[in-house]
Each structure stands twice: as structure tokens, then as C-alpha cells.
Design a binder for this molecule. Structure first.
Ligand code: AMP
Length: 171
């Protein structure tokens, strides 16, 4: 069994005081840990007919892309506001102060497409909940979500009821 936590570094007070940032770059850079993480993230969705894997900017892209390849699916980027060149749909989520939004191309996939959502960290769940909304607004049939890390003490899963949350490591 791969000890993924050994490859995830805690960085206290980044990007601001009081946040312990989970740095996954050592895991990504280790060939064995990276391959094991991608295989384990994809595993519950093998044979489930996933057609598109949607990754959240930007660390989500690094995981969504190899998972999509592993599942024989396409990949769709969910981006921060204003980055995509054509017509978009967007969804808002709450920040500590105010709101932010994420976007995907309005025609990113045909209605009824089976979509898997991927990101590196499930924290409060606000970003993932907005991403589910966004993917459904485009017409996706979102079959589940996969995260490398779940910060269990923040209860993000509560914002994703019935969403089939799959996480490799929990803190
Ligand atoms: P949330 O909306 O609170 O679930 O936050 C999830 C998003 O913020 C993900 O895209 C993560 O990449 C990022 N994030 C939140 N908390 C952390 C953390 N402690 N370390 C690294 N990334 C984080």
C-alpha cells in the first residue's frame, strides 16, 4: 500500500495565516506515488461509462487529465472567471469575503454526457458544489467526484449530499 501522506507536505500559513496548505507537488513528482494515486483515484469509476473528466483549475488539471486517459474519457477544464475564450456557463461560490465564480464552455460536452469531477483538495466543499451545479447546467450526468485529499474537519462532504465522493487520504 502506498503511503500517500508521506508525499504530501504541510505548509503552515500559506497562502495566508491560519491555513495549512497541502502541497501535493512532491507526490506529483514521484513516479510511483503519482501512478498509484491516479490508479486509485480512477479505480471506482472503471467500467462506469465516464465520458468526460472535469478538472478544477489549476491543480485539478494535473489529476483530471491522467485519470481521463486511464478511463478512456475526454477532459474538460473548469476555469476561473474570464479565462475561457468562447461562450461559458458559470457558477458562484462563497469565499470568506464575497463570492467568486468558475466557468466552463457552455458546449463543453453534449447533454447526457457522463461526467466525473476531479480536484486535488476537498476543503469546505464550496468549489466542488459549484462545479457540480455548473456541470449539470451544461447538461452533464455527473456520476461522482474524486479528490486526492479530503480535509474531513471542514465537513465539505455535507455540501455534496448523494454525490459519490471518493477521496484517497483524509486529515
Ligand atoms: P473548498 O471550496 O473550500 O472546498 O476549497 C477547495 C479548493 O481550494 C480546491 O481547489 C483546493 O485546491 C483549494 N484548497 C482549499 N484548501 C486547501 C488546502 N488546505 N491546501 C491546498 N489547497 C486547498
Amino acid at each position: 500500500m502506498m503511503d500517500f501522506k508521506k508525499h504530501i507536505h504541510d505548509v503552515p500559513d500559506f497562502p495566508k495565516k491560519g491555513i495549512v496548505f497541502k502541497d501535493i507537488t512532491p507526490l506529483l513528482a514521484d513516479a510511483k506515488a503519482f501512478a498509484a494515486a491516479i490508479d486509485r483515484l480512477a479505480e471506482p469509476f472503471v467500467g462506469k461509462g465516464v465520458q468526460v473528466v472535469a478538472g478544477i483549475e489549476s491543480r485539478g488539471f494535473l489529476l483530471a487529465t491522467p485519470i481521463a486517459y486511464r478511463l478512456g474519457a475526454g477532459v474538460v477544464p473548469i476555469r476561473k472567471k474570464g479565462k475561457l475564450p468562447r461562450a461559458v456557463k458559470s457558477a458562484n461560490y462563497a469565499l470568506e469575503y464575497g463570492t467568486d465564480s468558475i466557468e466552463a464552455h457552455a458546449d463543453a460536452f453534449p447533454a447526457g454526457t457522463k461526467v466525473l469531477l476531479v480536484d486535488d483538495v476537498l476543503a469546505t466543499g464550496g468549489t466542488a458544489a459549484a462545479a457540480f451545479q455548473l456541470l449539470e447546467a451544461i447538461g452533464g450526468d455527473v456520476v461522482g467526484s474524486a479528490f486526492l485529499i479530503e480535509l474531513g474537519f471542514l465537513d465539505g462532504r455535507k455540501k455534496l449530499p448523494g454525490r459519490g465522493v471518493h477521496a484517497l487520504v483524509s486529515y
